[in-house]
Design a protein around this ligand. Structure first.
Ligand SMILES: Nc1nc(=O)c2c([nH]1)NC[C@@H]1CN(c3ccc(C(=O)N[C@@H](CCC(=O)O)C(=O)O)cc3)C=[N+]21
Length: 292
């Protein structure tokens, strides 16, 4: 018996429809600025995908493509200009950055109101705080919000259940734990230093894997019937074969899990759709409230 496939397309479509409808009721056209430095081929492909979806959703995008050698002061000057420009509603600094650039000062230099990635410490703190302003939702990282949207779309309950997150990165693992906690799951975060990883992952009703390691999760690490969300994305190039995309979850897990997200076509499209919705949320806040 194979696991149910949790495809991302229809859930992403629902988010994009919502983003599009909300964008069209604003007096302005939400404007997302994407900044990239260097020529990482995966980044180029992701940015193209984001531009394509933005166009479909009715958002404006601008891409600043900077050389690999760009300096921190130059980036900070660009961010200051974009922060001060009331015609810019969302700012995203594409990762990974060239190794000479420190990430934290850049995240802290994005106006929290325009921080569509949810990486600014103010937004990180809000995400981890239990206090939720109903009419001013938190700008939180797109992949974790997208994962929750995917689970909801497919009717997979989270409240009261054991969720295990594999990985503790700033962009997926940690905010994923916060999002699941906010959705009333009982959350465990495990990582490469965890003792007896398999025993911990087997406790999961919902296993979210963002370890950045191809095929880390094998069938013996999954409780039969569990829901497995694969956030990993790796480009595998075999000799004389076309490049294939694969995740952090071994294909054999489909024989054990109750439901499993595919790679590609699972979490990826949700990440992009949530970015569009975050851009609209950011624009709504700037136009309607103008609060930080
Ligand atoms: N500041 C920042 N924010 C991000 O949100 C961010 C980032 N930097 N850097 C890189 C990661 C990765 N990421 C993905 C987006 C779309 C797909 C996606 O659309 N994936 C398709 C396949 C696309 C392909 O062919 O490569 C899929 O899974 O079906 C994947 C990964 C956003 N990230």
């Amino acid at each position: 018996m194979g696991a149910r496939v949790l495809a991302g397309a229809s859930a992403a479509g629902a988010l994009l429809t919502q983003a599009s409808r909300r964008a069209s009721s604003l007096s302005i056209r939400p404007h997302l600025v994407l900044i990239r430095a260097g020529t990482d081929p995966a980044s180029l492909s992701y940015i193209r995908g984001k531009q394509r979806q933005a166009e479909i959703t009715g958002l404006r995008t601008t891409v600043h493509a900077l050389p690999e050698s760009v300096t921190l002061p130059e980036l900070l000057t660009l961010l200051a200009t974009l922060n001060a420009d009331s015609g810019v509603h969302g700012i995203l600094v594409q990762l990974p950055l060239p190794p000479h650039l420190p990430v934290a000062p850049l995240h802290e230099a994005v106006d929290p109101r325009k921080d569509v990635d949810g990486f600014h410490p103010l937004n990180v703190g809000r995400l981890w705080s239990g206090t939720r302003a109903v009419d001013a939702p938190v700008l939180a990282p797109c992949t974790p919000l997208g994962v929750l949207a995917l689970l909801r779309h497919h009717g997979i309950p989270v409240a009261g259940r054991r969720a295990v997150v594999v990985g503790r990165s700033d962009i997926v693992g940690r905010p994923m734990a916060a999002v699941l906690l906010g959705a009333d799951a009982t959350v465990t975060v495990v990582h490469r230093r965890s003792t007896d990883l398999a025993a911990l992952t087997r406790e999961a009703d919902v296993l979210v894997v963002a370890a950045g390691q191809p095929w880390l999760i094998t069938a013996d690490m999954v409780r039969p019937g569990a829901t497995v969300v694969d956030v990993g994305i790796h480009r595998i190039s075999g000799e004389g074969q076309p490049v294939r995309l694969t995740g952090d979850v071994h294909p054999e897990v489909a024989g054990v899990a109750g439901a499993l997200t595919p790679v590609p076509g699972g979490v990826g499209p949700l990440t992009v759709a949530q970015l569009m919705l975050n851009t609209v949320l950011a624009a709504e806040r700037q136009v309607n409230w103008n609060v930080v």
